[in-house]
Design a protein around this ligand. Structure first.
Ligand code: ZN
Length: 447
């Protein structure tokens, strides 16, 4: 093994799987594996985390009580607020942490609305396991050692930054671009001809449009044929996906992650029907957000995640706020780990006339109208204690359709699909709405 290979632990693989024995483990054996890991993990948490020692004692529960995976339902939830409170109570890492700070080698941070970043700690073993998951997800999305990978995620505190190491782990030539302006990223894409990139769906779209405005045809002049997206629901919205794929002549692979656990922990395979979640590292519960009771496969519910191996900060029943559906049946690709579909966040959901609406519902409508750019902004206001929903969209340059006709089409699409329509639609000129280098801000809540 060369010195370089030792330092970043490159593993050269062939075939369809990164880790076939784990990825195709029959469901029954996978659940046995999860139960064993969960028992050990709960015991580890109770012995090493002051927070879990306390909450388990108060609840009169112990790792030994876990006879089946369903028994996890007896343990209490935690959420983002818990993380914030416990960190404030005992800086730096909070008392949910189960290792001493000297064993932590990396922290990601999410800014949060309060302005105090919540830290997400990793031990060396956690970091190594995380990058193995990244490599698995990249491999599953078709990346191979011969690829050139343009990593266009934020490196500043963002958990997506180090994911580039997962690409190196499978041997891809990796370009650490970060979130740079579109012109700079296009320069890199043209000069170095990368074959795979990762960004947000809105930025993938913006980048392609910018290329065209500079006289570069992404489908012809650039070599990017796989685009990984995450951070927004667009990658799983067919109309958004097809629009980006046509613009780039590339295949889109949606990934999902959360800074409190891993950069990415789920991603699409070649079947591109749902995102396989790494169930050897995470136990997934899908619960009715109001009652906390489990919902059946195929029904929408809030995803609650429990780590199975993470040492620095075990997460037991973490309410992600993400509304998903799950399918635990085997996939046509041969993988047995459950697939998830993300519909939106409970925080982003708003209620108009008694109907639950996600920004992704609005996106489905605006991406289906060719005369508009697909950019949009929702503004929520309150009037007589009711939510009013205003929508801004952009008409494409050179389209002959009138503003009134465009706004009527958006309204009728939303009305037909969801039974509601915006109280007003403002039609702007192409380029009037802000473009995001990171995640697009689609909802302005003035209530
Ligand atoms: Zn699959």
């Amino acid at each position: 093994m060369s010195q370089t290979a030792k330092i970043i632990n490159i593993q050269t693989k062939s075939g369809e799987f990164w880790d076939k024995s784990i990825e195709t483990l029959p469901r029954r054996h996978l659940e046995d594996l999860q139960l064993g890991l969960l028992r050990e993990h709960l015991d580890f948490a109770a012995r090493n985390s002051a927070f879990y020692a306390h909450t388990f004692r108060i609840g009169g529960i112990a790792a030994g009580d876990l006879k089946s995976l369903n028994d996890l339902g007896r343990f209490p939830f935690i959420n983002k607020q818990t993380l914030r409170e416990r960190q404030t109570a005992l800086p730096l890492l909070g008392d949910i942490a189960a290792v001493h700070e000297r064993d932590v080698v990396y922290v990601a941070a999410s800014s949060g609305s309060t302005g105090v970043p919540t830290l997400s700690p990793f031990t060396a073993a956690d970091f190594e396991a995380w990058q193995d998951i990244q490599a698995r997800l990249f491999y599953q999305a078709g990346m191979r050692a011969h690829d050139r990978y343009l990593h266009a995620l934020n490196f500043s505190l963002f958990v997506g930054g180090p994911d580039v190491i997962g690409a190196q782990k499978l041997g891809a030539l990796s370009i650490w671009a970060g979130t740079v302006p579109a012109e700079k990223l296009l320069f890199l894409a043209r000069e170095f001809q990368p074959t795979v990139t990762w960004t947000t769906p809105s930025y993938a779209w913006h980048l392609g449009e910018t290329a065209r405005s500079l006289g570069i045809d992404p489908a012809r002049d650039l070599a990017i044929r796989r685009i990984i997206v995450a951070g927004e629901p667009g990658g799983s919205i067919p109309a958004t996906r097809q629009a980006i794929e046509a613009l780039w002549n590339a295949e889109l692979f949606d990934f999902y992650g959360l800074s409190d656990i891993f950069g990415a922990c789920a991603g699409m395979c070649s079947a591109r029907n749902g995102l396989h979640i790494a169930e050897d590292h995470l136990l997934v519960e899908v619960l009715d957000p109001a009652t906390g009771e489990p919902v059946a496969d195929g029904e929408k519910g809030e995803m609650v995640l429990t780590t199975l191996q993470k040492q620095a900060r075990p997460m037991i029943r973490f309410r992600t706020g993400d509304i998903i559906t799950r399918d635990s049946s085997p996939c046509s690709c041969g993988r047995t780990h459950a697939r998830i579909w993300i519909h939106g966040r409970t925080d982003d959901m708003f209620i108009v006339n008694g109907v639950n609406i996600f920004p992704s519902d609005v996106e489905v409508a605006v991406r289906n109208i060719p005369e508009i750019t697909g950019e949009y902004r929702i503004t929520l206001t309150r009037e007589n204690r009711l939510t009013r929903f205003q929508l801004e969209i952009e008409r494409r340059d050179g389209e002959g359709i009138s503003d009134g006709a465009v706004s009527e089409r958006v309204k009728s699409l939303l009305r037909n699909r969801h039974g509601i329509s915006p109280h007003s639609v403002k039609v702007l000129a192409e380029g009037d709405l802000p473009r995001a280098v990171h995640k697009a801000k689609r909802v302005v809540d003035l209530r």
